[in-house]
Design a protein around this ligand. Structure first.
Ligand SMILES: *[C@@H]1O[C@H](CO)[C@@H](O)[C@H](O)[C@H]1NC(C)=O
Ligand SMILES: *[C@@H]1O[C@H](CO)[C@@H](O)[C@H](O)[C@H]1NC(C)=O
Length: 330
């Protein structure tokens, strides 16, 4: 019986085939699952993981921050931002006008060292909550429409952003809504407890991200369709420059699993409106080189997305318009 003997060249070809094909397949995120919210609840805009990989935690339209406890239990209550919030009145509401009563948290950032969870709320400003959850504590208020937050693990400075000085989240779905260019990048200093305005005049907000070596912060302009780089150190410290033009509306930016890389959630056909909204995740490096684009159009049909969060090789995709967090894996 002649057994199949691979010639050296065949070995080589097989090796090349597996490398090329293997790499291609492993990075495409073709498997899709949903982490479904409790009955009637919508709008999971964020997906943050706790210090020991717990979660994800997410912010929903009825004002709660929920924690994923695995497939058998699902999502459970973790925290809330409004001192006036009651479960009777608020749980399950989708009415944006309830925001000033129920709260509308929109972005999360954990400090794994302290275990504190920082929250940007559309009505209740910048807050934090401890590891046991409950009512969050306000750090800074008086904002119209906070949309993004990220805490620096070393300095504990909190970088956060608002979308506008003139409109809030309720206005964005009104007929004839016209966005302006009054968004800002802000910084909360935990030692002085003061907020500084780092950038103003931004065209829409999203979520800022601090670079891995903490030399700059990336700032998305949702309606400006671009990402700015705000230098924290060096000769250009405290100035911003264009980092990357995006062919759509970039929302939150988050660091990717690989050193120095990021994911940004992008929707096209959102502002200005087009007949069909298409959403995707774009991965890029610290030099602004785009490395990968993953389409979410099939599972997020005609829906904008807010966030792409990589965790353990999976992508968690958040949206204001779904009742689930999308999970893409290989
Ligand atoms: C997408 O959504 C918009 C706004 O709701 C709607 O006008 C449009 O018809 C939708 N397009 C498709 C193809 O469903
Ligand atoms: C930080 O990262 C950037 C981009 O990768 C690089 O250009 C820069 O030299 C790094 N700075 C330090 C202090 O390591």
């Amino acid at each position: 019986m002649a057994s199949l003997q691979l010639q050296p060249s065949m070995h080589f070809n097989l090796f090349v085939f597996l490398c090329v094909f293997g790499t291609f397949v492993s990075g495409q995120f073709t498997n899709f699952n949903k982490l479904v919210l409790p009955q009637g609840v919508t709008g999971p805009e964020s997906a943050a993981f706790g210090p020991l990989g717990t979660g994800p935690f997410t912010t929903v339209a009825d004002g709660r921050i929920l924690k994923w406890q695995g497939p058998t239990i699902g999502f459970v209550d973790f925290a809330y931002t409004s001192p006036r919030r009651t479960k009777q009145v608020c749980d399950g509401t989708r009415d944006p006008n309830m925001g000033p009563i129920c709260g509308r948290p929109l972005a999360l950032s954990f400090n794994p060292v302290t275990g504190l969870l920082y929250i940007a709320d559309g009505f209740f400003g910048l807050l934090f909550v401890g590891p046991t959850g409950g009512l969050a504590t306000q750090l800074a208020g008086g904002f119209k429409f906070l949309v993004g937050v990220e805490v620096d693990l070393l300095t504990r400075n909190v970088y956060f952003s608002d979308a506008s000085l003139t409109y809030d989240i309720r206005d964005t779905t009104k007929p004839g809504f016209v966005p302006d260019s009054t968004g800002r990048l802000l910084r909360y200093n935990p030692h002085t407890r003061q907020v500084s305005v780092l950038l103003s005049g931004l065209s829409g907000g999203g979520g800022p991200a601090i670079s891995k070596n903490r030399t700059f912060v990336l700032v998305p302009e949702l309606t400006g369709k671009r990402i700015l780089k705000y230098w924290l150190v060096g000769p250009k410290a405290n100035t911003a420059e264009l980092f990357l033009n995006i062919g759509g509306n970039p929302n939150k930016i988050k660091r990717a699993g690989r050193f120095g890389e990021f994911w940004v959630a992008v929707s096209t056909g959102f502002i200005p409106p087009a007949p069909l909204i298409v959403s995707q995740g774009i991965r890029f490096n610290s030099n602004g080189v785009v490395l990968q684009t993953v389409s979410f159009a099939k599972e997020f049909v005609n829906k904008t997305i807010s966030l792409v969060q990589e965790n353990n090789g999976k992508l968690y995709v958040g949206s204001r318009f779904t009742d689930f967090i999308g999970v893409y894996s290989n």
